[in-house]
Design a binder for this molecule. Structure first.
Ligand SMILES: Cc1cc2nc3c(=O)[nH]c(=O)nc-3n(C[C@H](O)[C@H](O)[C@H](O)COP(=O)(O)OP(=O)(O)OC[C@H]3O[C@@H](n4cnc5c(N)ncnc54)[C@H](O)[C@@H]3O)c2cc1C
Length: 362
């Protein structure tokens, strides 16, 4: 199932083992050409790594009492936190705001904290964000920004209740991001090509709604079966900067502060607190189900003519105005948030083999 991005887990392992294959595509003039990415170590402008806040049983949206306060959790979105941000925050806001009056606190200024704060403001409540770090120093800033709920939970660990929560969150996010398309927020639609050997991947017929299998003559990729879907891509740096501005413009306050224990939170003046601390919830609230899944990216000089994304055993490529993102790894339990030069070299080599093997001649 694409939601778990199983192919990517395999790709990640293969990349780290240095044994990715890209097929044997013969070059010919019949198929639709796409401009290949110019992959070369000399074109790498930066490298990044980040820790996805992953829970096998899925993300937490839950209300509890913390002394006199209501505390609403909104964390643990794995590799799909940008995608789910508006929807998950909408569910959290509904849980918290119903029957509430007075100012509201949000802890965390990643994508989840900022979207929660905006929804609280839209509902007419004053908000203060308390956070250890602001953009650009959050995991959310590292994200590739594809609108796709990848690596959010493990199929064998989710309950029907989680699936219902997931479906509602995805639906609201899908509609909310559509009205943010454009340069202000750095959100745009792109065709996306996915390597697949398995027709079962067609099972995502309802999401994204625009998807179909391509014939070999319709694509230049050096693999047999290609699924094409259209989805949105978020330039996360620009998006989060704009979201932070939106919070401030609407009168929101932001205070840099790290909380060590729930008792620290209990001392806040606000009667309602949203916990949007991502991976920080493991230590702050003792959630040992929450684990890091490290992702590493090599970013190449921008290539504006590349207006499609591609994913397969070779890794993934998302083109953005701030660079061409080459991923990626899915390294569960790895806590070091720094790029590893040997892994980055393997990502670049794998992507180079892939783009050099494009079959179409222009
Ligand atoms: C390489 C990579 C690629 C990705 N690609 C995609 C993608 O294409 N699409 C997608 O949808 N998702 C993607 N993701 C996943 C996405 O980045 C995360 O799911 C999302 O950023 C989680 O957001 P968050 O706001 O919960 O956490 P964060 O961004 O980590 O924000 C947490 C906030 O809480 C604060 N905080 C933490 N602990 C404390 C504390 N004790 N006290 C006070 N403040 C605290 C932090 O300072 C920070 O401000 C990717 C992730 C990685 C690493």
């Amino acid at each position: 199932m694409l939601l778990d991005r199983r192919t990517f887990t395999a790709a990640s392992a293969a990349l780290l083992a240095g044994c990715t294959t890209v097929g044997t595509g013969r070059r010919y003039a019949g198929c639709t050409p796409l401009p290949p990415v110019k992959v070369d170590q000399s074109r790498v402008i930066r490298t990044v790594a980040g820790l996805r806040p992953y829970r096998r049983s899925g993300f937490v949206v839950r209300r509890e009492q913390l002394g006199e306060k209501a505390l609403v959790h909104n964390y643990g979105h794995g590799g799909g936190g940008i995608t789910l941000s508006w929807g998950s925050s909408k569910l959290a806001a509904e849980l918290g705001l119903s029957g509430h009056s007075g100012p509201v606190a949000v802890i965390g200024a990643g994508v989840m904290g900022l979207s929660t704060a905006r929804l609280v403001q839209e509902a007419g409540f004053p908000v203060t964000i308390y956070t250890a770090a602001l953009p650009p120093d959050t995991t959310s800033n590292i994200a590739g920004g594809q609108f796709h709920p990848a690596y959010v939970f493990s199929d064998d660990a989710v309950t029907p209740e989680l699936m219902a929560q997931f479906t509602r969150a995805l639906d609201y996010s899908w509609r909310r991001f559509q009205i943010m398309v454009g340069d202000d927020y750095g959100v745009r639609w792109l065709p996306t090509y996915v390597e697949t050997d398995s027709p079962e991947e067609k099972a995502i017929e309802t999401f994204p709604p625009i998807n179909r299998m391509l014939t070999a003559a319709e694509h230049p990729f050096p693999w047999k079966s290609t699924l094409r879907y259209d989805t949105m891509y978020v330039e996360t740096g620009r998006y989060l900067r704009q979201m932070e501005r939106d919070v401030r413009l609407a009168g929101g306050r932001i205070e840099v502060r790290r909380f060590a224990t729930p008792a620290d939170i209990a001392s806040l003046p606000e009667g309602l607190v949203f916990n949007c601390t991502g991976l920080g919830s493991r230590e702050l609230f003792g959630d040992s189900d929450l684990v890091p899944v490290r992702g590493q990216l090599a970013i190449l000089e921008p290539q504006p003519e590349v207006r499609y994304a591609a994913l397969g055993d070779f890794g993934y490529m998302f083109p953005r105005a701030d660079g061409i993102l080459l991923g990626g790894t899915f390294e569960r339990g790895e806590w070091d948030p720094t790029p590893q030069p040997a892994d980055i070299a393997r990502i670049v080599a794998s992507q180079k083999r892939f783009f050099d093997a494009f079959r179409c001649t222009a």
